[in-house]
Design a protein around this ligand. Sequence first.
Ligand code: GDP
Length: 481
Amino acid sequence: LTTVLDRTRIAMSEIADYAGALGNPALRLGVTGLSRAGKTVFITALVHNIVHGGRLALFDPAAEGRIRRAFLEPQPDDTVPRFAYEDHVEALIGEDRRWPESTHRMSQMRLTLDYEPEGFVARNIGSGRLSIDIVDYPGEWLLDLPLMTRSYEEWSRTMLEASRSARCAPLARDWHRHLATLRPKEPAPETDAVKDAELFRAYLSACRDAGASFSALPPGRFLMPGDLAGSPLLTFAPLPVPEGETAPKGSLWAMMARRYDAYVRHVVRPFFRDHFARLDRQIVLVDALTALNAGPEALQDLGRALGDVLSCFRHGPASWAASLTGRRIDRILFAATKADRLHHTSHDRLETITRAMIETALERAEFAGSAVEVMALAAIRATRETTVRQNGDALPCIVGVPEAGETIGGETFDGSREMAIFPGDLPDDPQAALAGAARDTVHFVRFRPPWFEAAGPGDGASFPHIRLDRALNFLLADRLA
Ligand code: GDP
């Protein structure tokens, strides 16, 4: 019954999508990635570059001068907050330039383009208009997909097993100690459940902070609560429950199972049904550099999380999305972000390494259906390049203003001074890089955003970037033909 109801609701929202877009086609572009991957910066740079007519030589409609006008319109979904584009631009531009506040919940904005169609005949019939609804949401929420088909008991067992692994057990000590005091089959006061959920959440945060395990981290809202911060929907946690038995009425086990079901019904399902299932295109941002720098375990975790993310996009009869909706994401771009922290000699290597990671994930998820592309990019380029001579060698360096507090060669910076840095090279062999070889060969520095002056829409001045235009070409160009 839930599936039938879901299907009806999706059909209704699709009718609304089409009605709202009558004579004005709309494309829903999802932007996701795990926390700090670069979603906020990417959307801000995308919109600013298109509205201001920035340098987008590899985005065909812009390079061919076919975009007549690009403007913001009220976004059509009244229940979703608008992406705070203006605030983010304000943070990034000006003397006190700083990176904007990161994504912590879902938001959306609509960018509309008036364009000249390609080809003489089409051009003479008239101009085209495309609205792009950009939907920004935490990648952590995608990791909740398996919960829709898993019972509370199954979920409990998976989570407890993961928490006993060598890497997670030390972080789970307090939570395990509390669990040992609980009697799941007996009635228990509310405070037991609240305390259990708090300790469980603290354990998940510790895993994330230690880079210990991403794939063991659902429910997604425990780390990225969005508007659910402090909500009773988040007061549940796994319990050690026996296999083959059912929860006794009125027990702690029954209470936890009820709350888990409510989380799946009121949070997970509506997100997938009302938002995810309506996307046409998707970009998944990946902070591969940070994982490369952290070592082999972080890389394995990232690879696993990407596999989990990919299984959400899987088509075919086994896919939940196919059973719910006829609409499909037909293009997915995986983009390794922050490439400006490397010299361009390593950009292709970053792309190759990310591709190797995605290919493994594609195989594991038995993925087929959408066109998948992989790129390395910097939505906002905070550095330029130079060559520094040292002991007769020419070192390919990057120049930028390190963030206050960054330490390089024993010197701590205050965020006011430019500096040339040799970031090192990524290994040539992607498998070696994925095995952790980059940990000792590259040194990443966090830079402040670049300085530039923008006067107004269409002025041609926008954020410098690396390959943002190539990404836009893959995601949007065919719809502006
Ligand atoms: P979100 O959590 O995915 O929304 O991540 P953000 O977009 O807020 O990015 C997190 C941080 O990564 C920012 O505060 C920047 O420090 C850094 N960052 C993101 N994109 C870029 C980029 O293109 N270049 C550089 N140098 N840093 C970036």
